[in-house]
Design a protein around this ligand. Structure first.
Ligand SMILES: [Zn+2]
Ligand SMILES: [Zn+2]
Ligand SMILES: [Zn+2]
Length: 248
């Protein structure tokens, strides 16, 4: 199996997996089942810091990592420097394969097809993992809020923004997950490039929000509320443009 969402428990409804359509999701789950052998090796929750090589365990959903040993900031997904993941420079989500015209042999076409699938599968799979890890972070936050209230350190109204931020993060990460099958099946490169720009803009802000929530003691309420609004707006923009039928 490739995670918690199996084909059989999958509830089909249009808004459930927006922006991907039912056909896209049927094909995607079939593809994941058929290729589960190839994709099985992608399950590591430890990786080495690209700078100092110390082993790092991923225990949060955020993919913006900072090494505990040398403080190098890098991307969990591609191991690249996080500096190349900021705002308009965010390329990590985009697939840039070789054009068909340059692929002369059957083998090179097959290799390219596998590379393309793995790019999308790894990201789909990783965001699914992030969703689960962020659910744990949310539960810990709620515990902390309760402790604060019990210790007369503010009321629920003072701490509600953290819960709201975690909820927006989950909703946006969920949408982001489904953008990967959508992009995988988008054959028109012009349409796909445009889509992947909007997807990248959503992804970078999701990672920023996740980063702030994981460090909510050092980020103040204003920052987190502001970031939540940015994420919500970007999610709405993507859905309105590519899935106008969905309304949430
Ligand atoms: Zn469906
Ligand atoms: Zn390091
Ligand atoms: Zn990356």
């Amino acid at each position: 199996m490739y995670g918690t969402i199996s084909f059989f428990s999958f509830q089909c409804s249009l808004s459930y997996h927006a922006p991907a359509s039912c056909d896209i999701m049927r094909n995607w789950f079939k593809k994941c089942r058929d290729d589960s052998e190839t994709a099985n090796y992608i399950s590591a929750n430890t990786k080495d810091c690209p700078k100092c090589k110390v082993c790092i365990e991923k225990n949060g959903g955020c993919n913006h990592m900072s090494c505990f040993s040398c403080n190098h900031h890098f991307c969990w997904m591609c191991i690249g420097d996080w500096k190349t993941h900021e705002n308009n420079y965010y390329e990590c989500s985009k697939y840039r394969g070789q054009p068909q015209s340059q692929l002369e042999t059957i083998q090179s076409r097959a290799r390219e097809a596998l590379k393309k699938y793995l790019h999308y599968f790894e990201r789909w799979d990783n965001h699914q993992r992030s969703l689960k890890l962020e659910e744990q972070t949310r539960a810990k936050l709620l515990e902390k809020i309760e402790q604060n209230i019990n210790a007369q350190n503010g009321t629920y109204i003072d701490w509600q923004y953290l819960e709201k931020a975690a909820d927006s993060l989950a909703k946006a990460r969920y949408t982001l997950m489904y953008t990967y099958p959508y992009a995988y099946y988008q054959e028109d490169t012009v349409v796909r490039n445009l889509f992947e720009n909007i997807q990248a803009q959503l992804e970078v802000e999701i990672e920023n929000l996740s980063y702030q929530i994981e460090r909510s003691t050092t980020h103040n309420r204003g920052d987190i509320e502001n970031q939540r609004h940015i994420v919500e707006r970007r999610r709405q923009t993507l859905l309105l443009k590519y899935f106008p039928k969905s309304n949430s």
